[in-house]
Write a protein that binds this ligand. Structure first.
Ligand code: C2E
Ligand code: MG
Ligand code: MG
Ligand code: MG
Length: 291
């Protein structure tokens, strides 16, 4: 049948590709307008210090809610933004929005909350990034020690000389640098010595895999490797009691995942912080009298 309709199949196929590239072009132009039309949102996922069970800060996770397409995943539109040269503008917006919000929360709750912002490979290729970061810190008033930038292994492995120079410049601003999705990049470990890094985020696949085949020792070895190199460790994708119970037997520093909270819209994140940091009424009065 397929052969008999060979010509038709071919035409059908090209028509389909036409539709695919048409929708691609539509997506691209929609994305160009997303910032101006306020369709981009920053969601916040709390990070918790394991031993003290306190919230140390949040990871900023971008969301695009298009009026017709609905919610588009960052895994889909970040690569598109990179392709059409919009990633710097979007990245700058996320930095500004997230640092502003975090400084506001830090003041309100009287503690130095941290914010982690994801960077894509393309963003660590130009010194425009150093300017965006400097400006975001300046405009928000957030101390640089409260900003962490997350980079993937593959972003670090491409053009290592350019990346190394840029990261050194960023580091000199006083912020923290972290490797995201650590252990999934098939990369050499040599880069760990080349870059001025502060922490590793243990990819969630380690915990997921250990539940399946009992490879907990592998996750533990990665945590120990990080500590040997004076890097702190954040476990990602901490979803359940089994994950938590295991992590409590290790020296893992912080955890992040749905067992604490999924990423939240700004107002929901704020409510979560209010609940976490609400002082018992009496102590709050005592605090007010002293100041
Ligand atoms: P990521 O930085 O590794 O972020 C963690 C992802 O895991 C997020 O997906 C988060 O929603 C999800 N997650 C959190 N807790 C759990 C859990 O317990 N279980 C599972 N299965 N998943 C969990 P999301 O928000 O869809 O983001 C996907 C990726 O898009 C991010 O991965 C990051 O690489 C990228 N991204 C997000 N925001 C930005 C941004 O502002 N700039 C850039 N360049 N990339 C971003
Ligand atoms: Mg991340
Ligand atoms: Mg990650
Ligand atoms: Mg991940």
């Amino acid at each position: 049948r397929a052969k008999a309709f060979g010509g038709g199949t071919y035409r059908f196929f090209t028509a389909d590709m036409g539709a695919a590239s048409r929708s691609r072009i539509l997506m691209q132009s929609a994305l160009r307008h997303a910032v101006a039309r306020n369709e981009l949102l920053v969601y916040y996922q709390p990070r918790v210090h394991l031993k003290s069970n306190t919230i140390t800060g949040m990871e900023a996770l971008l969301r695009w809610v298009h009026p017709e397409l609905g919610a588009v995943s960052p895994s889909d539109f970040i690569p598109l933004a990179e392709e059409i040269g919009l990633i710097d503008e979007i990245g700058e917006w996320v930095l500004r929005r997230a640092t502003m919000q975090t400084q506001q929360w830090s003041r309100r709750f009287g503690r130095p909350l941290k914010i982690s912002v994801n960077l894509s490979a393309r963003q660590i290729r130009t010194s425009a990034l150093v300017n965006s970061v400097t400006e975001a810190l300046h405009a928000s008033g957030l101390p640089s020690s409260q900003l962490e930038l997350e980079l993937t292994e593959s972003a670090l492995m491409e053009d290592t000389d350019i990346a190394a120079g840029l990261l050194k410049e960023l580091k000199s601003l006083g912020l923290r640098l972290s490797v995201d999705d650590f252990g999934t990049g098939y990369s050499s470990l040599a880069y760990l010595g080349r870059f001025p890094l502060d922490s590793l985020k243990l990819d969630r696949s380690f915990l997921a895999q250990a539940v399946k085949d009992g490879s907990w020792k592998l996750a533990e070895a990665v945590i120990n490797l990080a500590h040997t190199l004076d890097l702190s460790v954040v476990a990602e994708g901490v979803e359940n009691e089994e994950h938590l119970a295991f992590l409590r037997t290790t020296a893992c520093d912080e955890i992040q995942g749905t067992c604490i909270s999924e990423p939240l819209a700004q107002q929901d994140a704020e409510r979560l912080l209010e609940n976490a940091f609400r002082q018992p009424p009496r102590r709050q009065e005592a605090f007010a009298r002293r100041s």
